[in-house]
Design a protein around this ligand. Structure first.
Ligand code: TMP
Length: 236
């Protein structure tokens, strides 16, 4: 399948049209941003690792009953996916306090949650993706109640499946961000990506960070962390 015109360029990916109106090609970049674009850089090899990891995990989730946008990996960095209308929400699931939750509630990073926490942020760069709840979402018409029930159900199931999957790799899934879209026929599917850009991964034994926090926090060893995750998933 050939890339036609570029439809969109995001911080970490480009999206291209194809000759099938229901399919697009996502092309993953090595570019990295943090603090809503205020911090910029590149992470060598990230595009390939995120493409491969995301596809690998989406295939695993599909086998376990989660509909996803994944269609076919066509190169190191490029994948054919279903064209969707993105629900304008970042869906965050947390198992352990870290990042903005730790700040907001004054919880030391590493504090386990008694049960998984779902948070929603409205996707709007100009507003720095503000946190919202189901009432805001319904009131603003960003998604209807049935779609939100489906999204919450899928988010918790994805969390269970990913927790178990990563545990076998000696990795604790601290939290992650996912996005959903609706296809032309109205089906809600998991879209975007699941990668070290969008998840917090801590080594279960050493608690070493194996994700984009190394870039966000200038910790060094960024490429090595992505490569270590690729290695544990046997993508290399
Ligand atoms: P946070 O603690 O900064 O709110 O992040 C929670 C999780 O969501 C973490 O795994 C990183 C991920 N995330 C994104 O993928 N994109 C974003 O824009 C933000 C804010 C977080």
């Amino acid at each position: 399948m050939k890339k036609l015109e570029q439809l969109y360029e995001g911080k970490a990916k480009k999206v291209f049209a194809t000759d099938d109106p229901n399919l697009v090609i996502v092309s993953y970049k090595d570019d990295a941003t943090a603090l809503n674009g205020k911090k910029r850089g590149t992470i060598a090899g990230k595009g390939v690792i995120n493409n491969q990891m995301s596809n690998h995990l989406m295939k695993m989730l599909e086998k376990n009953g989660i509909p996803t946008h994944f269609v076919e990996e066509i190169s190191g960095t490029d994948t054919v996916v279903k064209k969707v209308e993105i629900v304008p929400l970042e869906v965050i699931v947390r198992n352990v306090a870290a990042g903005s939750l730790s700040k907001r509630l004054g919880l030391p990073e590493g504090t386990p949650m008694r049960k998984p926490v779902i948070e929603y942020c409205y996707k709007c760069d100009a507003l720095d993706d503000p946190m919202v709840n189901e009432y805001h979402i319904a009131a603003m018409g960003w998604a209807d109640d049935l779609t939100m029930q489906t999204i919450a159900k899928y988010a918790l199931k994805i969390n269970k499946l990913l927790l178990a999957y990563f545990k076998k790799l000696n990795v604790d899934l601290i939290d992650f961000k996912i996005e959903f879209g609706t296809t032309a026929d109205g089906t809600v599917v998991l879209a975007d990506e699941i990668s070290p850009d969008t998840c917090r991964f801590w080594d279960s034994t050493t608690h070493e960070k194996l994700d984009k926090d190394r870039f966000r926090r200038d910790m060094g060893g960024v490429e090595e962390a992505y490569e270590e995750m690729a290695h544990r998933l046997q993508l290399d």
